[in-house]
Design a protein around this ligand. Structure first.
Ligand code: XUL
Ligand code: CO
Length: 441
């Protein structure tokens, strides 16, 4: 549908202006997409993506108050044509901002109908339009996902519902979701188990629910292969909210689940730091954990409010946090086919259209600074060198090598200690590590 409407009038393509003063906010001061850092352009390290749900469906509604964000693309009633217009607004935003990727849930982009067949027909019509916009602009779909948590039918779970009929509905929905992902050339496909958990153990058979979830994922893998969808499958951990206890608690829990059910070759993880902190870990813990096990696939780049402690989905604006994340991304050679997806929403008090730009520009610039700092850290090798020294005994001594390669036994360890006596235990130097880290920010 050709449309002349401009949704962000007065705002042009955002440019890189390294000398801009602090008051000039509609430009990048640090993100310079073509600049080469450690052998790759910044845009390769920083595969930024905009989420459709918060940014184009968010209204500012919260449990205590009415919508505050009045957006032209949210005004009309909910028809397929409205949905197409909303996509036009989104693609204008993506291209003006200069991001390469976007993400959506099936139910964000197209209205549900009275039956699954009607819903699928709506989705198909909107997807045709999305494909046209992707082709016209070059913006790609980083990942698609199915919303298996908003509709009341999913209140007890989708793949972990106690009701086989609900499980079947979720399967039918994901079948279509995978077809849509294939059609749009999605690079990944995400599963966030919004209602996959429990509120009370008294009414829950948790092992049965997890077995069903594994079977669900096996069906996904089979269908993905059948239709030739080549995107990477990703699971996004979160410990709670909306359920009081979610099965995909954190990275290690999901890794354990995948290995228990023999699914570890088919799935990687989409890590969202605000979920990580909700699980009681530090900002970058799950990034480090997933990366250490070779399964960091993508990042929902956001942050929370330590004072609040729930999922506030704020834009990542801490140079310290983004540097910490980028250290792991650099160490594993990048995130592709994944990216840095801004699963973030402007505050309900941030009501203007320029706030949407400021939020994304601020986060992109913060990640660009994080990349620059982390690259300098890696090049200098000071921190890595100190860490290597800390673990040197596992490389430099026969005892250490025998532990690392698994040939040591309890008898050989005892013999060593009886011969050499009490070990010397040096300082952990945490403050020195922190001081050196800060010198790179
Ligand atoms: C919810 C969340 C989701 C997933 C996609 O906390 O992060 O938006 O990223 O369903
Ligand atoms: Co997310």
């Amino acid at each position: 549908m050709a449309e002349k409407v401009e949704y962000f009038p007065g705002i042009g393509k955002i440019q890189y202006c390294p000398d801009a003063p602090p008051t000039e906010t509609l430009c990048f001061k640090y993100y310079n997409p073509s600049e080469v850092i450690l052998g790759k352009p910044m845009s390769d390290w920083l595969r930024f993506s905009v989420v459709f749900w918060h940014t184009f469906r968010g209204t500012g509604l919260d449990p205590f108050g009415a919508p505050t964000l009045s957006r032209a693309w949210n005004r009309p009633a909910e028809t397929v044509d409205d949905a197409k217009r909303r996509l036009n607004a989104a693609f204008e935003f993506f291209t003006k901002l200069g991001v390469q990727f976007y993400t959506f849930h099936d139910r964000d982009i197209a209205p549900e109908g009275a039956s699954l067949a009607e819903t699928n027909a709506n989705l198909e019509a909107v997807v045709e339009h999305a494909l046209e916009l992707q082709q016209r602009t070059g913006v790609q779909l980083l990942w698609a996902t199915c919303n298996l948590f908003s509709n009341p039918r999913y209140m007890h779970g989708a793949a972990t519902s106690p009701l086989a009929e609900v499980f079947a509905y979720a399967g039918a929905q994901v079948k279509k979701g995978l077809e849509v992902a294939k059609k749009l050339g999605a690079l990944n496909y995400v599963f966030w188990g919004g209602r996959e958990g429990y509120a009370s153990l008294l009414n829950t058979r948790l092992r049965e629910e997890l077995d069903h979830m594994a079977n669900f994922f096996r069906m996904v893998v089979a269908y993905k292969k059948k239709i030739g969808f080549t995107g990477q499958l990703l699971i996004e951990p979160k410990p709670k909210e909306p359920t009081s206890h979610q099965y995909d608690y954190d990275a290690m829990t999901v890794i354990g689940f995948l290995r228990t059910y023999g699914l570890q070759e088919e799935f990687k993880l989409n890590i969202e730091p605000n979920h990580t902190t909700l699980a009681g870990h530090c900002h970058e813990h799950d990034i480090a954990m997933a990366s250490a096990f070779g399964c960091l696939g993508s990042v929902d780049a956001n942050t929370g409010s330590p004072e609040l402690g729930w999922d506030t989905d704020q834009f990542p604006m801490s140079v310290r946090d983004c540097t910490a994340v980028m250290r792991y991304v650099l160490a594993q050679g990048g995130l592709a086919p994944g990216g840095l997806n801004f699963d973030c929403k402007v505050r309900r008090e941030s009501t203007s259209l320029t706030d949407m730009f400021a939020a994304h520009i601020g986060a992109m610039d913060t990640f660009a600074r994080g990349l620059r700092c982390a690259a300098k850290m890696q090049q200098d090798g000071v921190l890595d060198g100190l860490v290597a020294t800390r673990y040197a005994s596992y490389r430099d001594s026969e005892l250490g090598r025998s532990i690392a390669d698994g040939t040591a036994t309890l008898e050989s360890l005892e013999a060593h200690i009886l011969k050499h006596g009490e070990p010397e235990v040096p300082s952990g130097q945490q403050e020195t590590f922190e001081l050196i880290f800060n010198r790179y920010l």
